[in-house]
Design a protein around this ligand. Structure first.
Ligand code: CA
Length: 701
């Protein structure tokens, strides 16, 4: 009887297992297959992150009939950078503040949402907005990296947390904005913070339990000690000797891994990009000497252990925030008549690199926008031929690209059909000058660069000449011959990521609020749609029940919007949206309700502060979020803020931190009471239309 019962139970269990399709059953084979099939189950689609979908129901012939199928509106008006994933008819995406949402991908019906409830004060540690680039899905779980450094595994069916692990020291200014990737049952996640002063690393966690498997530090331990990490051997043998004495020992050295992670299953290698050094200025960081490995490098490691295999450093002794953490694409190209397994990257420094991913050897490099810091990259040595003037000192050096990069985090796409890489490119000069008074400021920006050099008052003609140099473009780049095939010029510099499809199309959103479809072969515009808000996120495409959809997160933000709002369309912060398109659809999202601009009368406002000193303090402490010279209009435009009308109100925010929940923490550790009144005097003056106070020296008060 017992045996029969057991047999019955077993049969029942087997039947139940056969009937219940496992939810979100993504594994390595499925992600690898997504490199060529229609699925989009990892951040860049499959492991090679080409962002090319073979789907061709939406094509050059019919894209004009594309309309809105459904949309979702979110509860945050900060930047939206996520790439949605679609697994078995469920769309997973994230918003600013690391919130996760799941929808029926055909109808838009919400399935669940998850809010990790990140403390708003953590926003202060995010250089480039409180954004999140998306989730990973693996064997029934959804993984998100939260802004506060947690890596969280959710049940894909319910959205309920399964495990959570703190991947960073919460006392340090680390953040996470990037999407996790999963390789061989290990979740890979890095972090950000190289502007503030942290030491970067990437970690692999067991996908089932959250237990750490390996960690790779990108720069040596400043104490000289071993970390007990996968990187110990290579940092001892190759790293340490490239780091002479300098501020890096105090500041942490930077080298964060905040975005690009790709995997080649055939070679079993993981490739990740490494951020700039801290402070930016190599003179301050390491006495102007040394390559400073692995800052601004692409590093290849073994998937199982994190053991070093090779590296390629795009900027030895980097000094300009030229990170190599920009999206990377793996492809097989025929170069010089021979098939090559390549890794392609267009990092911030403006050159397009084609690297042999089996051994890290540079195959070719060419600038895709005008650059002034180097004339070329020496193929034999792999090192740039730098313009000596680029190593700035006491004189102001106007250089291209700017720290925002010739290409930033916005994903590019590669179409095997056209053989072209579609690059969301940008051009902007930046004035570099040594900050001789640089001293480590715990928790603040630590650059060693005089930011005031970029805030100097300009004549109308100078302003016009500068504006003419600031551009955005979508460049169709031939990676074999290293040349542009077509270019679409953009009115603004900070645009969106890119999607290429088998229908012969390239999709890209733009700062002005449109999303466009172009003919992939010649750049001819075939469709556009007004989203009503700025777009920075990349579109993706998927198929459900025989229909092809294009999905896109909408919402301006990110580093360009936060730091240079005066160069972008004047638009209030609006709630983020997910827009999903298909052929013949006619849904409409309601117009955005524009928040009212607060009325502010400064005519009777007086201060005893010194606006000239306030200008210096403002640009050294506030401009990163509120715009150089208080021209900001995205994060609160302080010269129009009612808070500046009384010293007490202004002080309550700046020194007492009453808006810490919004990310505006107390600046009492950086400012003296008189500094605050001086800043208020500067803001009141700017609000009244006063000319910019001239200032030539770095704040040393
Ligand atoms: Ca950086």
């Amino acid at each position: 009887m017992k045996i029969i019962k057991l047999g019955l139970a077993l049969a029942l269990a087997v039947t139940v297992a056969a009937c219940q399709k496992p939810v979100a059953n993504v594994d390595g084979a499925r992600i690898a297959a997504a490199d060529t099939n229609a699925e989009w189950v990892s951040y860049g689609k499959g492991y090679s992150e080409q962002r090319f979908s073979p789907l061709d129901k939406i094509s050059t012939a019919n894209v004009g009939q594309l309309g809105l199928a459904w949309y979702a509106q979110f509860d945050t008006d900060r930047g939206q950078e996520a790439t949605p994933l679609v697994v078995d008819g469920v769309l997973y995406t994230t918003t600013a503040w690391s919130k996760v949402y799941a929808y029926d991908a055909a109808t838009g019906k919400p399935k669940w949402s998850y809010d990790p409830k990140v403390d708003g004060a953590k926003g202060f540690d995010a250089c480039c907005d409180v954004v999140n680039r998306g989730v990973a899905v693996w064997k029934g779980k959804v993984y998100v990296g939260a802004l506060d450094g947690r890596l969280i595994a959710l049940d894909a069916e319910t959205g309920k947390p399964v495990w959570s692990v703190q991947t960073t020291d919460p006392k340090k200014p680390f953040t996470i904005t990037g999407a996790p990737r999963v390789v061989k049952d290990k979740v890979l996640i890095g972090n950000s913070g190289a502007e503030y002063g942290v030491r970067g690393y990437i970690t692999a966690y067991d996908a089932a339990t959250g237990k750490q498997v390996w960690r790779f530090y990108t720069i040596p331990n400043p104490t000289g000690a071993a970390d007990g990490a996968a990187s110990d051997k290579v940092l001892r043998e190759k790293g340490q000797s490239t780091w002479p004495e300098g501020a890096w020992k105090l500041v942490g050295g930077g080298g964060t891994v905040w975005d690009a992670i790709v995997y080649d299953p055939a070679l079993d290698m993981i490739y990740f990009g490494v951020d700039n050094g801290t402070p930016w200025n190599q003179e301050q960081r390491s006495g102007g000497k040394g390559d400073n490995l692995f800052v601004s490098s692409i590093v290849a490691v073994k998937a199982d252990t994190g053991e070093y295999v090779w590296h390629y450093q795009v900027n030895p002794g980097e000094s300009w925030d030229y990170s190599a953490v920009q999206p990377m694409i793996l492809a097989d190209l025929t170069i010089g008549g021979a098939p090559r397994k390549v890794l392609m990257q267009a990092p911030k420094n403006g050159f397009f690199y084609v690297i042999d991913r089996t051994n890290g050897k540079l195959l070719s490099a060419k600038n895709f926008v005008p650059v002034t810091w180097a004339t070329s990259i020496d193929i034999a040595t792999g090192r740039p031929v730098e313009n000596p003037a680029a190593r700035y000192g006491k004189d102001v050096e106007l250089q291209m690209p700017a720290p925002l990069g010739a290409h930033n985090w916005h994903p590019m796409a590669f179409s095997p059909k056209t053989g072209l890489v579609y690059i969301p490119a940008q051009q902007m000069p930046f004035a570099f000058q040594n900050d001789p008074s640089f001293a480590y400021k715990p928790g603040g920006w630590n650059l060693g660069v005089n930011l005031l050099a970029n805030a100097a008052p300009m004549t109308a003609d100078q302003t016009k000449a500068l504006a003419a140099q600031i551009k955005g473009s979508l460049i169709a780049w031939d990676p074999v011959n290293q040349k542009a095939v077509w270019t679409v010029q953009r009115p603004y510099f900070w645009n969106a990521g890119v999607l290429a499809t088998g229908g012969g199309l390239v999709f890209q959103g733009a700062a002005e609020g449109q999303v466009y479809a172009y003919d992939a072969t010649n750049g001819k515009q075939l469709w556009s749609y007004p989203t009503g808000n700025g777009v920075i996120a990349p579109p993706m495409t998927y198929e459900v029940n025989g229909d092809q959809y294009v999905a896109l997160m909408v919402g301006s933000g990110g580093g360009g919007q936060v730091s240079a709002p005066s160069l972008l369309p004047t638009r209030p912060r609006l709630p983020g949206r997910l827009l999903v398109f298909k052929l013949g659809a006619t849904a409409k999202a309601p117009d955005f309700v524009l928040p009212a601009q607060p009325e502010i009368d400064l005519s009777k406002v007086t201060t005893n502060g010194d606006p000239k000193h306030g200008y210096v303090v403002f640009n050294n402490n506030c401009q990163v979020c509120h715009g150089a010279n208080a021209t900001g209009s995205w994060l609160p435009d302080l010269k129009r803020s009612p808070l500046i009308t009384t010293p007490a109100d202004f002080n309550s925010v700046v020194m007492e931190g009453v808006k810490a929940h919004n990310g505006m923490v107390s600046f009492s550790r950086f400012l003296k009471p008189q500094d605050v009144e001086d800043v208020r005097a500067f803001l009141v003056g700017q609000g009244k239309g006063d000319p910019l106070p001239g200032a030539t020296t770095v704040a040393a008060k």
